[in-house]
Write a protein that binds this ligand. Structure first.
Ligand code: ADP
Length: 269
C-alpha cells in the first residue's frame, strides 16, 4: 500500500481552481516505524543489565564491610543508574503510547481522586518549599485510560515543583471549561523564555540542561503529556511569562467528560 499526504490549495485566477498536491510518504512512514521499534527494543534490552547493576550497587552500599571511602563514589553511581532507569522507563512509556493509535482502555477515570493522590505526592516532593492551592470539581470525571491520565497530570504537577524555586505558589485546577473540561497547573515561578515554548514537548528538550538534570528530570515528561492528550482528544496549551510564571492547560472535549452521579456516570452534554 502507498501512503499519501494530500494538500489542497486554491489556485489560478480568482483562486477558483484547486491544486491538489500528493506526496508519497510511504518511506517516511516505514522509517518512522523502524525508529519507533528500535527505541522500544533498545530500551527493553538496556533495562535488564541496568537493573542488575543497580541491585549490586545497593548491596555494596548496604554491606557493613564496604570501606568508608567507597561510599561516596558508590552513591554517585547508584544515583546515576537510578537516572538511567527513569529515562528508560519514560522511553518505554512513550513507545507504548506511540504503538497504539488511541486509548483502548476506556473507563470513567475518577480525576478528583487521582488529583488528591498526585497532590499528596507533590507535597512530599516539595517538602514544604512550595505553597499549594487546588480547586477540584469533585463531580467531574473523564473517559479514558487511568494510568495514562495519571502520568500526564502528575508530570505537570511535579514539573511545577521541580522547575520552580522555594516559595513558589502552585495552583491546580480541574473544572468545566467553555466547551469541555480542563485541567491546569499554574505557578508564579521564573517562567520560560518565549523562544523555548514551541519546542518544550519535543523529546529531551530542556530549557536549562544542567538545572533540569539536577532536578532529576528525564526531558521526556512533556512529550509523554502531549502523547497522552492526543490519545484522549485533548490539547495542551502552554503560556508563560518571564518573571511571572507558567501555565499548562489540558483541554478535553465535552464528549469525554462525565458527571459523577449517585447511580451512574452521565455525559456532560
Ligand atoms: P523534565 O524531565 O526536564 O522535567 P519535561 O519534558 O517535563 O522534562 O520539561 C521540559 C522542560 O520544560 C524542563 O526541562 C524545564 O526546563 C521546562 N519546564 C517544564 N515545566 C516548567 C515550569 N513549570 N516552570 C519552568 N520551566 C518548566
Amino acid at each position: 500500500a502507498i501512503m499519501l499526504s494530500l494538500r489542497i490549495t486554491p489556485f489560478g485566477e480568482r483562486k477558483k481552481q484547486r491544486l491538489v498536491v500528493g506526496r508519497d510518504i510511504t518511506k517516511i512512514y516505514h522509517l518512522n516505524m523502524i525508529r519507533r521499534d528500535f527505541v522500544a527494543n533498545a530500551s527493553h534490552e538496556l533495562r535488564t543489565p541496568l537493573t542488575v547493576i543497580a541491585g549490586f550497587l545497593e548491596t555494596l552500599l548496604d554491606a557493613p564491610g564496604t570501606p568508608a571511602q567507597h561510599r561516596r563514589p558508590l552513591t554517585l553511581m547508584r544515583n546515576q543508574t537510578d537516572r538511567m532507569c527513569s529515562i528508560i522507563e519514560d522511553l518505554l512509556t512513550l513507545s507504548r503510547l506511540e504503538m497504539r493509535e488511541s486509548s483502548e482502555e476506556q473507563e470513567s477515570v475518577d480525576v478528583p481522586d487521582e488529583l488528591h493522590l498526585i497532590l499528596q505526592e507533590a507535597q512530599a516532593l516539595s517538602n514544604g518549599r512550595h505553597d499549594f492551592e487546588s480547586r477540584v470539581d469533585e463531580t467531574l470525571l473523564l473517559l479514558g485510560s487511568p494510568p495514562e491520565l495519571r502520568s500526564a497530570f502528575s508530570n505537570l504537577v511535579f514539573n511545577a515543583v521541580k522547575h520552580t524555586p522555594d516559595g513558589t505558589h502552585i495552583q491546580v485546577v480541574w473544572q468545566r471549561g467553555i466547551d469541555g473540561v480542563e485541567f491546569s497547573v499554574s505557578d508564579d515561578g521564573p517562567g520560560i523564555p518565549p523562544e523555548h515554548l514551541p519546542r518544550l514537548t519535543e523529546r529531551f528538550y530542556r530549557v536549562d540542561r544542567a538545572r533540569s538534570r539536577e532536578s532529576g528530570g528525564t526531558g521526556l515528561g512533556l512529550a509523554i503529556v502531549k502523547h497522552v492528550l492526543n490519545r484522549h482528544d485533548g490539547r495542551l496549551r502552554i503560556t508563560s511569562e518571564l518573571g511571572r510564571g507558567s501555565r499548562f492547560v489540558c483541554r478535553f472535549p465535552g464528549k469525554r467528560a462525565l458527571i459523577r452521579d449517585d447511580r451512574d456516570a452521565i455525559p456532560v452534554d
